[in-house]
Design a protein around this ligand. Structure first.
Ligand code: F0G
Length: 458
């Protein structure tokens, strides 16, 4: 008999979970104004809000924490971290930052000027925020197929070379760089193929435009290249990562995802001019160049995390769990962005809560229903997140309306996946009875998602 699949690690330390009653959850959600960001974490049973900074570190990472060198300048921890980044990504210059958006802030402070145009395959919110707050524009050049949630293609995070070339040719001299996000979080943790990375970089370079890789989930992307793209099956994850970065000019990294740490980030590049330029912003924003907002112990843990998470077994365990949850949803017929991506399931709320009018925010309603059902916290990636049009102040109902269920790394077991799937099925089974959604009572002018106050209708 063939042995079944199992995790490539065992558990050494546990954290108790608290279950709650539906009556408690109703009270808590109302007090949180139907916004799950306002809940206390202890009111949550299984937390799928994000995979960012929520992973479990290994015994080797924790033991490296004890060896942290907390010297202000020149700490051994920095050199351990720097040499790991140099070895894995092939970049010479490395600047640590406290998280991914801080890396964007430091690098973009040097590179982005008013009126610039920066194409990308669905820029993450903070990336877009750092571009728009500098009065530049972020243009999405993701392939159109990414919007069709039921279409199964292996690299749904890819860049449309046609769309990219249009932006590059129409804005010559005004594009400081292009952002290539791997995996493409916004469209469902969908990977970008090696061929697309190479062709995107070639096209950009033809126009003299450098490429910055937004690398939060680079290792998951490498796993998909290995398992889906012809010619990569026999290569190691580290070989694939090295090739991915050989085509691009720099990276910004949120190490809270594929770095397997709870806090951390960095910038890396081979361009001396960018390094010199970014350095000037690192010191006032993040701190001296050998710590960049991080403790020495954090840098040590990150060095180990990057090494561990570029090993095939670690990634296989992770992606297997995400795919296991997706297979349960297939069994129950619940629609999600297909094929499932690396870090999360994105449930297609418009297709589930068909009786909730669009202007009553179906994905947010589904987020609330899942929390009420079983204390599971997901996150709306839909019409509330989309904010209002800055000019017309109308809600933007044009995009996708999804409930994102992120799976933290090395935290939950497949039994927890069974609970998530069963809770979703229970909501799905009574979907036709859910006819009312939510209405906005108060919202911030920008990034309302985190603090919005909502009223449940009906
Ligand atoms: N880039 C991508 C692709 C991200 O997904 C994130 C964060 C960032 C940059 C910013 O990094 O959080 O370390 O400052 N994504 C988280 C999420 C918050 O939930 O998807 P950060």
């Amino acid at each position: 008999m063939e042995l079944p699949f199992a995790e490539s690690w065992k558990i050494k330390m546990i954290e108790p979970l608290r279950k709650s009653t539906r009556a408690e959850r109703e009270q808590w959600l109302e007090a949180a104004h139907n916004n799950v960001f306002m809940l206390k974490a202890e009111q949550v049973y299984i937390d799928c809000l994000t995979d960012s900074g929520t992973g479990a570190m290994s015994d080797r990472q924790w033991s490296e924490m004890m060896l942290g060198d907390e010297s202000y300048a020149g700490a051994t921890s920095f050199f351990k971290f720097e040499s790991t980044v140099q070895r894995i990504f092939g970049f010479k210059y490395v600047i640590p930052t406290h998280q991914g958006r801080a890396a964007e802030n430091v690098l973009f402070s040097y590179l982005v000027k008013q009126g610039h145009v920066i194409p990308g395959n669905a820029h993450f919110d903070t990336t877009k925020g750092h571009i728009e707050s500098r009065h530049a524009s972020a243009i999405d050049v993701t392939i159109d197929e990414a919007k069709d949630t039921q279409l199964e293609i292996p690299f749904k995070g890819n860049v449309s070379l046609e769309k990219l070339e249009k932006v590059l040719s129409e804005n010559q001299g005004n594009v400081p760089f292009m952002v290539l996000t791997v995996t493409n979080n916004t469209v469902g943790g969908q990977p970008v193929s090696m061929q697309n990375i190479r062709e995107t970089a070639e096209l950009c370079h033809k126009y003299g435009v450098p490429v910055v890789m937004d690398s939060a989930r680079f290792a998951e992307n490498a796993y998909f290249i290995k398992t889906r793209e012809e010619g990569y099956a026999d290569k190691t994850i580290k070989e694939i990562a090295k090739e991915m970065y050989s085509y691009v000019d720099a990276m910004t990294m949120s190490a809270k995802k594929d770095g397997l740490v709870n806090m951390g980030g960095f910038i890396a590049t081979n361009r001396e001019d960018w390094y010199e330029g970014a350095k000037l912003f690192c010191i006032p924003f993040e701190g001296f160049l050998t710590y960049g907002g991080l403790n020495g112990r954090d840098l040590n843990a990150l060095a180990v995390g990057l090494d561990e998470n570029t090993e095939f077994e670690m990634l296989e365990t992770r992606i297997h769990q995400v795919q296991y949850l997706a297979s349960k949803l297939d069994e129950y017929g619940i629609p999600y962005q297909r094929p499932v991506g690396g870090h999360a399931l994105f449930i297609d709320a418009d297709k589930v809560l068909c009786n909730v009018p669009i202007k009553e925010f179906p994905a947010q309603t589904l987020t609330c229903e899942l929390y009420l059902e079983a204390g599971i916290r997901g996150c709306e990636i839909g019409y509330i997140l989309a904010d209002r049009d800055p000019v017309t102040r109308e809600n933007r109902f044009g995009g996708m309306d999804l409930l994102r269920l992120c799976i933290p790394r090395r935290v939950y077991t497949d039994n927890h996946m069974n609970v998530i799937a069963a809770a979703l099925k229970n909501v799905y089974d009574r979907r036709n009875e859910i006819t009312h959604g939510v209405a906005i009572e108060w919202e911030a002018p920008l990034m309302r998602h985190f603090t919005v106050k909502l009223k449940r209708l009906g």
